[in-house]
Design a protein around this ligand. Structure first.
Ligand code: C2E
Ligand code: MG
Ligand code: MG
Ligand code: MG
Length: 280
């Protein structure tokens, strides 16, 4: 009897596994199609000066307009894209779309300041990355300083020699580096000295309770002190409340990003809020 039960349980488990595997394969197939059919798009979220509320730049965040399931955030498909290598094609599309959008905004007399693009580890090992970025910039008339890249600590630490080579070439094109989700990776700090990012983005984990917890404030303060000594800018991610904003500003962290100021939004919604701009 115990054996029977065991077998029954096993077969349930097996069915679950199969169902999962089938779902994954289906999603992979759909994502391939999505890349062909141009179903991916970028939403943008503002980076602001929290003292004044002024917008300083935008972060591009990918979305998938799925034909049946509606608009999907990256949590539904980025991991799969990374595991299957589809992230490379996805990444090219993101670079292309961000450059094209910047050109459209400029043509419409608007400028977001700077657009930051998220890159995944696999993209950052592609030696061809700087050339492709340069090509997209040339075709769309994107100028040095108008683009930035965001990478996580683990990406930067995976192969620092390659990272440094690619970074140097991207810097020559006028792209600056932000370290995303700063403080959450299992990282040493040595890479800060080596790679000299322009900006650290303090992860939401330190922001969530910054207004109520002294330990979070101490950690943010330490990050700010270290960054200042290295001439690195700091921006806080995931600011949702006035209290969080004020606590961070009081610590000296006035560059902020979060739902409090602006949710990630579609292009049409944002355009009117961008600064007026005339071609020089
Ligand atoms: P990330 O780069 O750290 O982006 C910040 C995430 O936090 C975004 O989630 C954003 O919508 C969300 N967020 C912003 N403000 C708030 C807030 O006040 N509260 C809360 N709770 N969340 C906030 P999203 O858009 O779902 O993106 C998740 C992650 O997916 C990104 O994290 C990034 O790692 C990745 N990702 C997004 N776009 C791309 C892309 O084009 N390429 C690659 N490789 N990864 C991307
Ligand atoms: Mg990011
Ligand atoms: Mg982040
Ligand atoms: Mg994140």
């Amino acid at each position: 009897r115990a054996k029977q039960l065991g077998r029954a349980r096993y077969s349930f488990f097996q069915q679950d596994m199969d169902a999962n595997a089938v779902q994954r394969m289906e999603l992979e197939r759909e994502l391939k199609l999505a890349l062909e059919r141009d179903e991916l798009l970028l939403h943008y979220q503002a980076l602001v000066d929290a003292r004044t509320g002024e917008w300083r730049g935008l972060e591009a965040l990918i979305r998938w307009q799925h034909p049946q399931r509606g608009l999907l955030p990256p949590g539904h498909f980025i991991e799969l894209a990374e595991e299957t290598g589809l992230i490379l094609e996805l990444g090219w599309q993101v670079i292309e779309k961000a450059c094209a959008q910047l050109a459209r905004w400029k043509a419409a007399g608007r400028h977001p300041g700077q657009i930051a693009i998220n890159l995944s580890a696999l993209q950052f090992r592609e030696q061809g990355l700087p050339d492709r970025v340069a090509d997209a910039m040339r075709r769309h008339g994107v100028r040095p300083g108008e683009l930035a890249i965001e990478l996580t600590e683990s990406t930067l630490l995976r192969d620092t020699d390659t990272a440094l080579q690619i970074l140097t070439r991207l810097r020559d094109l006028g792209l600056s580096l932000s370290v995303d989700d700063f403080g959450t990776g299992y990282s040493s700090l040595a890479y800060l000295k080596l790679l000299r990012p322009a900006r650290l983005k303090i992860d939401r984990a330190f922001v969530r309770e910054v207004d109520t917890r002294a330990d979070d404030r101490a950690l943010v303060q330490a990050m700010l002190g270290m960054a200042a000594a290295l001439s690195i800018d700091v921006i806080a991610e995931g600011v949702e409340t006035d209290a969080q904003r004020d606590a961070l500003v009081a610590l000296g962290c006035w560059q902020q990003q979060g739902y409090l100021f602006c949710r990630p939004q579609a292009v049409d919604v944002l355009t009117d809020r961008l600064a007026a701009w005339t071609a020089p």
